[in-house]
Design a protein around this ligand. Structure first.
Ligand SMILES: NC(=O)c1ccc[n+]([C@@H]2O[C@H](COP(=O)([O-])OP(=O)(O)OC[C@H]3O[C@@H](n4cnc5c(N)ncnc54)[C@H](O)[C@@H]3O)[C@@H](O)[C@H]2O)c1
Length: 365
């Protein structure tokens, strides 16, 4: 049975970066003998234009029938004045919720060639490689009661044992394939909800004796990420704290065009670049495809459980950058500036080179 991948290129530069990512996906799948089938669906503004809704039932059903979804980006000036429920961005929230994607994963990885573009000093950022697991469907963003009146506003931070356990297990499983350290970020010195979070995380940790668990308050974590990011391996945190922590973690490592993400649930997986539809550069073949290509690497890692293939894609991106190739958003006059399609071709070439150098045999699932 082929792995069924649904493609939702979306709006703006979404189709350009998705096309790039699919070239890499197809190439690598072929190299590693993974049988995949891809099917493209309209999603976002382009779906609204054709069907009067940014997410049709048919597209949603196709995602339910898939092994993984690869999304480009949605939104743009054209759809900004639509009522909220018809906006492309609302469709993205609905899709994530419908697929029960309770974990958002964002790697913070520094490419040596781009070290100078980090806002941190070279010696601080060099060697940074960690990953943030953010709970995505619970916590204060969804808790009831919520509201405001003339005199006050209120929200409820609530987590069930089940919600904490399932993401904690995912984070520990990931750490078991990395450097064996999980840092759970909370605010247990102030919030009862965090005290409960910490208790449940510690209970789950007992099942993973080879993995070190560190607990850290969120204010300290924000400080530590910019002070000494190398100390982290896997950061595990709730929805609100993760929203902030994952943005800090992403941006210390470079440009928006470089940041991939994965959102995972019990049954479904969605991979997408962190950036938006960039209407200002759409249709010019200058968008940086790396975030989208790196999202494919995450698909190999998390959906196909093929760590070697994922690592080779990251290595190919790294070598491309080391050799001076850049898209305009990350380049300067000293670099070899290339467009979206050329960048993609070079990354595939570098993948092939590394694959041959390592004299890899045939890999299977
Ligand atoms: N996940 C998503 O689909 C998503 C995320 C964020 C924003 N959006 C939507 O995208 C639209 C534009 O939003 P925005 O301008 O705030 O954010 P954006 O991420 O689209 O763009 C911000 C800036 O970064 C640049 N940029 C982004 N991705 C790039 C890439 N791959 N290569 C080169 N440059 C890149 C853009 O040119 C722009 O200057 C809005 O409609 C917004 O709602 C969608």
């Amino acid at each position: 049975m082929p792995q069924k991948i649904i493609l939702l290129p979306g709006d703006g530069i979404g189709p350009e970066v998705t096309e790039a990512a699919v070239s890499v996906l197809t190439y690598v799948a072929n190299k590693f003998n993974v049988d995949i089938s891809t099917k493209e669906k309209l999603f976002g503004g382009v779906s609204y234009d054709k069907f009067g809704t940014p997410l049709t039932q048919e597209t949603l059903q196709a995602c339910y029938d898939s092994d993984a979804v690869l999304l480009g980006a949605v939104g743009g000036y054209k759809w900004e004045t639509l009522p909220h429920h018809l906006k492309p961005e609302a469709a993205l929230l609905k899709l994530r919720k419908s697929l029960g994607l309770f974990t958002n994963i964002r790697p913070a990885r520094v490419y040596p060639a781009l070290i100078d573009s980090s806002s941190l000093k070279k010696e601080v950022i060099k060697g940074t490689d960690f990953i943030v697991f953010r709970e995505l469907t619970g916590g204060i963003y969804f808790g009831e009661p919520r509201g405001y009146d003339e005199d006050k506003g209120w929200n409820t931070m609530i987590y069930t044992k089940f919600e904490i356990e399932r993401i904690t297990r995912m984070a520990f499983e990931a750490a078991s394939k990395r450097k064996h350290v999980v840092t759970s970020v909370d605010k247990a010195n102030v919030l009862e909800c965090s005290q409960f979070w910490r208790k449940v995380v510690e209970e789950v940790a007992n099942n993973y004796p080879t993995i070190e668990l560190k607990n850290m308050y969120v204010d300290n974590a924000a400080m530590q990420i910019v002070r000494d990011p190398k100390q982290f391996d896997v950061i595990l945190t709730s929805n609100l704290f993760g929203d902030i922590i994952s943005d800090i973690s992403g941006m210390i490592t470079g440009s928006l065009g470089m940041l991939p993400s994965a959102s995972l649930g019990s049954s479904y997986a969605l991979y997408e670049p962190v950036h938006g539809s960039a209407p200002d550069i759409c249709g010019q073949n200058i968008a940086n495809p790396i975030a989208s290509i790196a999202s494919v690497a995450m698909m190999f890692e998390h959906t196909f459980d093929m760590h070697k293939a994922a690592e080779l894609i990251f290595n190919a991106i790294e070598r491309t950058l080391d050799e001076g190739y850049r898209t305009a958003d990350i380049g300067n006059e000293e670099n070899n500036i290339v467009g979206t399609t050329e960048m993609t071709k070079i990354i595939i070439q570098k993948f092939e080179e590394i694959y041959n150098e390592q004299a890899l045999g045939v890999f299977t699932l």
